[in-house]
Design a protein around this ligand. Structure first.
Ligand code: ARG
Length: 280
């Protein structure tokens, strides 16, 4: 019994130290002072009553800007989570590659951007339970000599366009021995849409990107098609600072409720009509 109490006390100490540490880094990152004090007690969010979500809003149907407003699956799910936590949602549209670092330092409370759970990212942040599946696919020009994954080679004869720091970038840039095409054959763009424009103008031969954005880019641009093959199947989840276990639990509970009452399925169905699922 004594032993158990000692362990519990030790854990409590470690946890409160972690909280102190988090609140210090929060202040350093945001430059905010006393307004974060109240939250330092809970360690839940950087700004009281506000859930700050970092995203990269050029990734339809998960996040995009329409008529000056943020819209998409992630935006709506995050809105529902914030509602359940009694907070208001604040969205920050940043470069995809700066989301994890900003979450880690407490600049953002959550990172939600059709973000794939990877072992490397798990070294920096925690992820919520997964709320969607993503598939990496390949977009090529109609009439391209690339007709299957086997036609993709890293011998310098073709260029691959990707959104910088995404899993598409990570896969394509890895060495040929590791199943990629070599960094020297990859061209990185700020957004997936930029990579698709480069494909249209012949600057790259193939774009590796998540399937749902791929579908919407192909629908919006003539002369492109998606190869009927899956490069990789991935899980999307919400990134949260490792220290912020309280927020992680709250977000996971909210996700479970939204999953159970069909809210998430409804949001996904609104943006991804199932009739389209068979096309590729
Ligand atoms: N699923 C991919 C990844 O996690 C791409 C995500 C890109 N998201 C975005 N909002 N641009 O790397």
């Amino acid at each position: 019994m004594k032993k158990i109490i000692a362990i519990v006390m030790a854990l409590a100490m470690v946890f409160s130290l972690a909280l102190v540490f988090t609140s210090c880094t929060d202040n350093a990152a945001t430059g905010e002072e006393s307004s974060t004090e109240a939250d330092a007690a809970t360690g839940m969010t950087a700004k009281e009553g506000v859930l700050v979500m970092a995203t990269n809003a050029a990734f339809p149907p998960y996040e995009f800007v329409e008529g000056g407003e943020y819209a998409g699956i992630d935006v709506e799910i995050a809105g529902k989570i914030a509602e359940k936590l009694g907070m208001t949602l604040e969205i920050k549209d940043v470069e995809f590659g700066s989301i994890i670092g900003g979450v880690q330092t407490g600049k953002f409370d959550i990172g939600m951007a059709g973000m794939t759970v990877t072992p490397t990212r798990l070294e920096s942040v925690n992820f919520s339970t997964t709320y969607a599946t993503g598939i990496q696919v390949v977009i090529v020009a109609e009439g391209s000599s690339i007709t299957s994954l086997d036609d993709l080679v890293g011998d310098g004869s073709m260029k691959f366009g990707v959104q910088q720091d995404t899993t598409g970038d990570i896969y394509a840039s890895s060495s040929v021995e590791d199943g990629g095409y070599g960094e020297e054959n990859v061209v990185r763009y700020k957004t997936g849409a930029d990579a698709v424009q480069a494909l249209k103008t012949g600057k790259v031969d193939a774009v590796i990107i998540d399937n749902e954005p791929a579908k919407s880019f192909v629908a919006a641009n003539e002369g492109l098609k998606i190869l009927d093959a899956e490069w990789a199947v991935e899980d999307y989840a919400i990134a949260i600072a490792k220290e912020n276990t309280e927020l992680l639990t709250a977000v996971n509970n909210a996700l479970a409720e939204l999953e159970a009452d069909g809210t998430i399925a409804d949001i996904i169905a609104k943006y991804i009509p199932t009739s389209e699922d068979t096309t590729a």
